[in-house]
Design a protein around this ligand. Structure first.
Ligand code: NAI
Length: 412
């Protein structure tokens, strides 16, 4: 365990939107104790006043951080998005202000993979059909159209974090696993890579989509792709709503070419439960619809809390930005027998020389130096042999006075 840094004890953290207690426990384990919590979110107007007091802000998906809000903060150091996405933050504005943003993109991987397994079994066993029948008072014990998943072929589109876990679990349940990914991936277990989406669609008894939302995946599954899928096969989409054409899927289900589908994501999703949701597939048999909950489990929340808090603490303790989503990525070692200076500046020629001049003019020995750039911002981390507080303050002031400096501070 490294000694608690003096600069950490000054850090003030504001956590909004009922962030999991695991985040607070984690921050405290690093000696970050000045933590204020607020159950809800704040309006932009309120935030502009409130965040002036804090160095760190933790949010989930309901708090929108515009450039205007971020510009109102004067001692802001970093933002933690205790969720998967970071669309709610103006990432460019944050970078230009020298503020790295962290999130937890993979904390709910297992939760999504498990729901996919649940959907595969439910579709093969017609669970939604049986459930609706029994609610209507019909005791339908028929085995018609109900199958085991053992020995069936699962086609995974997007063999990333979720796709790989799903494949491994499905294989342990006796399924044959194939996948298609635009990147070369290492197969887990006996999973086999196929060269094209078409090949995968042709052979799969169930296709499960786990791709990101990008130009290549927009409307990836339309009438043409559904027609290539095996007659009587199933489709699962727990990835993004833009990937599947709901109109075309509805027609394929009506014609019974596709025997069932499970969707957790939709092209347009309501912002809150007060807004009603209508989907073309609301009344289609053997269709399971869920409100974007594939990753929503208690375990995922705990993991998100720990993951983001660890990333924030790592940044605050060492200046490491390796996990930031909007910033020059630097993986720096823990501070040892030195003081560390952070210098965030406009990415321009000659900045490193000016930084070094500060140390040489003050006759201070540099022990280590790291620099990385991202678009318009340069990020420098300098370890120096500084023993006194007065020397630390002199260096900090001199670094801050360099032209084109965005922010500069010390960790000690
Ligand atoms: P990942 O980034 O680990 O994996 C995505 C994979 O898709 C990568 O291997 C990538 O190379 C591949 N890919 C990209 N474009 C492709 C294309 N055109 N064709 C085939 N493969 C392509 O992402 P992860 O964590 O596995 O997540 C997958 C999806 O699941 C994402 O869209 C994510 O937003 C979504 N998701 C949904 C949740 C929910 O609650 N429904 C929760 C968590 C993630």
């Amino acid at each position: 365990m490294l000694p608690v840094l003096k600069s950490l004890s000054k850090i003030k953290v504001l956590l909004l939107e009922n962030i999991a207690p695991s985040a607070i426990d984690t921050l405290k384990s690093y000696g970050i104790n000045k933590i204020t919590q607020h159950k809800g979110s704040y309006s932009n107007k309120e935030l502009k006043i409130i965040i002036k007091d804090y160095h760190v802000l933790g949010i989930r998906s309901r708090t929108h951080l515009s450039g205007e809000v971020l510009n109102a903060a004067n001692k802001f150091s970093t933002i933690g998005c205790f969720c998967i996405g970071t669309n709610q933050v103006d990432l460019v504005a944050a970078r230009e202000l020298g503020v790295p943003v962290f999130n937890a993109p993979y904390s709910n991987t297992r939760s999504v993979a498990e729901l996919a397994i649940c959907h595969i079994i439910s579709l093969f066993r017609q669970i939604s059909v049986k459930h609706l029948a029994i609610l209507a008072g019909v005791w339908d014990k028929s085995a018609n159209g109900c199958y085991e998943i053992r020995g069936k072929t699962l086609g995974i589109v997007g063999y990333g974090h979720i796709g790989k876990q799903l494949g491994a679990i499905a294989e342990s349940l006796g399924m044959n696993v194939f996948y298609y990914d635009t990147l070369r991936q290492l197969s887990l277990g006996n999973a086999k890579a196929l060269k094209s989406l078409k090949e995968l669609l042709k052979i799969s008894d169930v296709v499960s989509l786990h791709v990101p939302d990008n130009d290549s995946t927009k409307n990836m599954i339309t009438r043409q792709e559904l027609a290539i899928m095996k007659k009587g096969s199933y489709l699962i989409n727990l990835s993004r709503g833009s990937v599947v054409s709901i109109d075309d899927l509805s027609l394929a289900l009506e014609s019974k070419h596709i025997a069932g589908a499970a969707l957790d994501v939709f092209p347009a999703e309501p912002d809150s439960k007060e807004i009603s949701f209508d989907c073309l597939l609301n009344n289609t048999p053997n269709v399971i619809l869920t409100p974007h909950i594939a990753g929503s489990t208690e375990e995922a929340q705990v993991d998100i809390g720990q993951d983001v808090a660890n990333k924030l603490a790592n940044f605050l303790m060492s200046g490491s930005t390796i996990d930031a989503v909007n910033f020059a990525r630097l993986n720096v070692p823990p501070i040892k027998n030195c003081m560390r200076f952070i210098h965030i500046h406009k990415n321009m020629p000659g900045m490193l020389t000016k930084i070094n001049d500060v140390f040489s003019s003050l006759k201070v020995n540099i022990l280590g130096q790291y620099l990385q750039t991202h678009d318009d911002i340069g990020y420098g981390v300098i370890d120096a042999d500084v023993k006194s507080n007065s020397s630390r303050l002199a260096i900090k002031e001199a670094l801050r006075s360099i032209k084109h400096t965005v922010r500069s501070y010390s960790i000690y």
